[in-house]
Write a protein that binds this ligand. Structure first.
Ligand code: MN
Length: 271
């Protein structure tokens, strides 16, 4: 296999054990440049920094062997990928994100910094994948090393067929937090549609001012089958291809038939 150069990021921060585990495995396939937020930014979504400068500093990651360079940024996951691509002159074969502590399935993909980091690579035209460890369905001690090895194996078979990968898609991979022997295999699924029942803990700070702490409970409302969430519950590793285009094509066609109009002044050519 030809050596690859991976740009690796995450949203759990540069010191996260899942990132270190994935860097360790990716190093077996080639060169790894880690550019990741200096602190945890889970839930950062695809936000980027516009009104503040970004800084970057080298970090020695606890990864055995050479071929892994680490950089911590003051930015978000998307900032980190943008900065990484810029500093590497876009000489990157894959943009990888993870391994996240917690699944990113269903509507999580809108909030997840892990998925956003991979999507950022996809927007820029690079093959990309996000890896997350499902600790919600399978709580307990996270099996970072085992899951990262599975992620590397999946990547190896993707790399072997990478010519077939279209541009501007990101592969969203979720791995159950289970011993390898208990995982049933890989299922390619669509994105599920669970949502969160938002809940705020209301407390008071030492100055008597009220504050709100967001927590939430995942509620599955999905009647359709073959989703990432269903696959994970069934002990499968799920792969969901995510596109950049959020257009609902069915509604687009219907809306065009609604005859939406404005009352425009006479003489205007616009309908
Ligand atoms: Mn995270």
């Amino acid at each position: 296999m030809i050596a690859m150069r991976f740009l690796l990021s995450n949203d759990d921060g540069i010191e996260a054990p899942g990132l270190v585990a994935l860097a360790t495995e990716l190093a077996k396939l080639g060169e790894v440049v880690v550019v990741a937020p200096e602190r945890e930014m889970s839930g950062a979504g695809h936000s980027f920094t516009r009104r503040f400068p970004l800084k970057i500093r080298p970090v020695r990651l606890p990864v055995a062997g050479a071929g892994v360079k680490g950089y911590a940024t003051t930015g978000t996951p998307a900032d980190s990928v943008k900065l990484g691509l810029y500093l590497l002159h876009r000489e990157v074969d894959w943009v990888i994100s993870g391994l996240n502590g917690g699944r990113n399935a269903g509507v999580d993909v809108f909030y997840s910094g892990t998925v956003a980091a991979a999507l950022e690579g996809a927007i820029d035209g690079f093959p990309s994948a996000a890896f997350s460890l499902d600790l919600q369905d399978y709580p307990g001690e996270p099996r970072w090393a085992e899951a990262a090895a599975l992620a590397r194996e999946i990547l190896e078979s993707l790399i072997a067929q990478r010519e077939k990968l279209p541009k501007r898609v990101c592969l969203n991979v979720n791995i159950p937090n289970l011993p390898r022997a208990e995982i049933r295999g890989i299922k390619v699924t669509r994105q599920g549609l669970q949502r969160y029942e938002d809940y705020f803990e209301v407390r008071e700070d030492p100055f008597g001012e009220r504050y709100y702490w967001l927590t939430g409970l995942a509620v599955s409302e999905d009647e359709e089958r073959e989703t990432d969430l269903e696959g994970l519950r069934g002990r499968w590793i799920t792969i969901t291809p995510l596109g950049i285009d959020l257009t609902d094509y069915q509604l687009l066609k219907e809306l065009q038939g609604w005859g939406l109009k404005l009352k425009l002044k006479k003489g205007s050519s616009a309908r």
